[in-house]
Write a protein that binds this ligand. Structure first.
Ligand code: COA
Length: 215
């Protein structure tokens, strides 16, 4: 599904504050610590809890294999700069005909700074640019308003309910199904600054009319 470009481990995406890159075995300890928290694992459809010893290494090897074969794109979210601290993971995998499912998690100390939105928007742009998928989907547990917000800020729309695996919760749970079509993504990418003259959007997203200055 993913092109030659993403199948090499030098592939990385850069955003204002982040590097998204292939996972390495040296990331395993950070992944184990961050994904090992129940608050993180409990909101995902693939992270077990308690987090088994050796699971992070197994995950890294499997992610690298899937990336190399173009079956998925799983990237570590790291802080730009000297240490390149591991903040979490983001990934995409096929989801039925012509679409891919996005998933992500961040270690708890890194919540609330817009990191997930920044990483998700970079991966969404990359996926629509370098693959031919017609849509990106996501499943969000009903009790996860912050992830729902990440998707809404990225242009996703609610498409009903689905059942999702929840290994850290010992079964399956109901989740909202979200979808971003290529058509909507293309429209949002072209819709930049307000096109109404004299209109400004403040930091809270509220439209403000510019003061008229008398000549
Ligand atoms: C969900 C998660 C990735 C969000 O990461 P994040 O970097 O904190 O997200 P962002 O800061 O980019 O955006 C979060 C948004 O949710 C909002 N939010 C946070 N808590 C909220 C709540 N209880 N109710 C409503 N909105 C909430 C924030 O205000 C922000 O929106 P804003 O920018 O409009 O203010 C992170 O909490 C996480 O990893 N959770 C555990 C794993 C998980 O849920 N993964 C996703 C599975 S679908």
């Amino acid at each position: 599904m993913f092109p030659e470009l993403t199948r090499d481990d030098v592939y990385r995406l850069e955003t204002a504050r982040l590097w998204l890159r292939w996972p390495r075995i040296s990331d395993a300890r950070a992944i184990q610590t961050l994904a090992g928290e129940k608050a993180v694992a409990g909101m995902t459809s693939h992270i077990p809890h308690p987090y088994p010893v050796g699971e992070a290494e197994r995950f890294v090897l499997s992610a690298r294999e899937q990336n190399a074969e173009g079956l998925a794109l799983r990237l570590v979210i790291t802080q730009k700069g000297a240490g390149g601290e591991v903040l979490g993971m983001i990934g995409m995998q096929p989801d039925g005909a012509g679409s891919a499912q996005i998933g992500y998690w961040l270690g708890k100390p890194h919540w609330g700074r817009g990191v997930a939105t920044e990483a998700a928007q970079a991966v969404i742009d990359a996926a629509f640019t370098w693959t031919e998928i017609s849509a990106i989907t996501a499943g969000v547990f009903l009790a996860n308003p912050s992830s729902r917000r990440v998707l809404e800020k990225s242009g996703f729309q609610n498409h009903g309910l689905m059942l999702c695996k929840a290994p850290a919760r010992g079964g399956s749970v109901h989740a909202d199904r979200y979808l971003l079509s290529r058509r909507n993504w293309a429209s949002l990418k072209g819709w930049r600054a307000p096109i109404v003259e004299g209109l400004r959007i403040d930091a809270r997203g509220t439209p403000q009319m510019e003061q008229c200055v008398a000549a």
